[in-house]
Design a protein around this ligand. Structure first.
Ligand code: EPU
Length: 417
């Protein structure tokens, strides 16, 4: 299994480009199931989760072709097998995103029920409740969600909590339903807006994406389209946090500062100077960082997917930070590993109390999820001496060529196979 070996203590400096967003790409790829015509998606990041999704779609009969320029063409002229098997769903929960499009297009779907996950229970009851409201018959059999509906019909669905993939699944299902669907308490994440942009390009009638009420007027059929995926805001935030934590100076091209307010605000609060243009973000630091307290919540508040990286930054900031996680019940697995590097962190319920220390010291560490692994890479960049981050496959799910990009910024990091 691959490892990353990091010699810490080098301030990051230079310029790199931001990749396409993983969490926008995954639902957009599944939107191809909604039409018999080809959907061409560009700015697709090369990630393990994207490969898993393409394999899943291919297994259902979707013709998948790729060009060298991060473009993917998907043609679902016939869906031969509307099933997402356990073997794939267990490796990637986002596979559940095929549920809505499959029922809408084929009138049936069988998707393995995702089990628990390293970061929390993560049930899919809201996805199911929404489809039932649209007239689908749902049963759980042998670990699979089986859904049937001759044709879904529009409904008003008030989600009990804000769910990103739940909103996306129901929005896709509603595009081909008879009548109008209103999703209340919808997720406002930029990735939901990006998916809506793709659906609209395919002929869907979607209004309100980016607000907490999304209205979808069902149509008889959708058509093919070309769509370019938005930049990854979490990758952007991760590199910015890494630059701040190492006392560096970087510029990120092809970024979207307009969707990163909460993260940029926290970086400024920590003492970094952040400048932005329409499609770039530059960050530099003048001396020591101050601890920043934060609380994760749905967009536009501070993203849970940035919590672990800011925890790493706080380990060496001056003062004490309170980091509260409100989205997932078990998203502090990086804490014990950061402590092994010399961090001073105590967890009380869903809050971590992080007292800044003078320095971290390198060690061998590993994490059990993507963003926790990213926080360990950040810690390795800060720490004195050598840090070895094991289980790099978590990082490969969501960060495109992370060691190459960091090397370009001057980091001493290499992958050991
Ligand atoms: N929830 C329910 N019932 C549901 C759906 C969700 O109780 O039917 C709960 C979850 O257990 C969780 C909360 O609602 O406590 C929010 O979960 P959400 O459904 O919004 O998460 P998700 O859609 O499964 C996406 C991202 C995650 C990101 C979260 C929160 C994708 C593919 N994944 O997950 O990304 O953390 O939204 O923003 O879009 C990552 O990229 O590392 C990652 C985990």
């Amino acid at each position: 299994m691959d490892k990353l070996v990091i010699e810490g203590g080098v301030p990051l400096a230079g310029e790199i480009g931001v990749s396409g967003a993983k969490n926008a790409t995954l639902p957009i790829l599944t939107a191809a199931l909604l039409t018999a015509e080809p959907l061409t998606v560009s700015n697709v990041p090369h990630l393990r989760d994207v490969t898993t999704m393409l394999n899943l779609l291919a297994q259902m009969g979707v013709a998948v072709s790729m060009d060298e320029k991060l473009g993917v063409e998907l043609a679902a002229s016939r869906i031969t097998d509307p099933v997402a098997p356990y073997e794939l769903v267990k490796t990637m929960r986002a596979s559940v995103l095929v549920l809505g499009p499959l029922v809408a297009r084929c009138g049936e779907a069988r998707v393995s029920l995702p089990g628990g996950c390293a970061i929390g229970l993560r049930p899919v009851d809201q996805h199911i409740k929404g489809l039932q409201a649209m007239g689908a018959e749902v049963s759980i059999e042998h670990g699979y969600i089986s859904v049937r509906a001759k044709r879904l019909r529009g409904a008003t669905i008030c989600l009990d909590l804000v769910t990103v993939t739940g909103t996306e699944n129901l929005m896709m299902a509603a595009t081909l339903a008879a009548g109008t669907t209103r999703i209340e308490n919808a997720a406002r994440e930029p990735e939901v807006v990006d998916l809506a942009g793709c659906l609209i390009a395919m002929g869907a009638r979607v209004r309100g994406a980016g607000t907490d009420v999304i209205t979808i007027e069902g149509v008889e059929r959708l058509h093919g389209a070309r769509y370019s995926v938005m930049p990854d805001r979490i990758e952007t935030g991760t590199f910015l946090a890494a630059a701040a934590a190492t006392g560096g100076e970087i510029r990120l091209r092809g970024a979207r500062p307009d969707i990163l307010d909460s993260v940029l605000e926290k970086l400024r609060e920590a003492g970094a100077q952040v400048d932005t243009g329409p499609d770039w973000i530059a960050l530099k630091t003048n001396g020591a960082l101050s601890a920043v307290s934060l609380r994760t919540a749905p967009y536009p508040a501070f993203p849970t997917d940035m919590q672990a990286q800011f925890m790493a930054l706080n380990t060496v900031a001056s003062g004490t930070a309170l980091v509260t996680e409100t989205i997932f019940e078990n998203r502090f697995m990086h804490v014990q590993e950061l402590i092994r590097l010399g961090a001073d962190i105590e967890v009380e319920g869903n809050t971590a109390v992080v007292k800044g220390v003078r320095h971290l010291d390198g060690a061998t560490v590993m994490a059990t999820d993507l963003r926790a692994s990213a926080s360990l890479v950040l810690a390795g960049l800060i720490a004195r001496g050598t840090t070895t981050v094991e289980r790099v496959y978590h990082l490969d799910r969501g960060y495109e060529r992370i060691e190459e990009k960091l090397s370009r910024l001057g980091a001493r990091i290499r992958r050991v196979r």
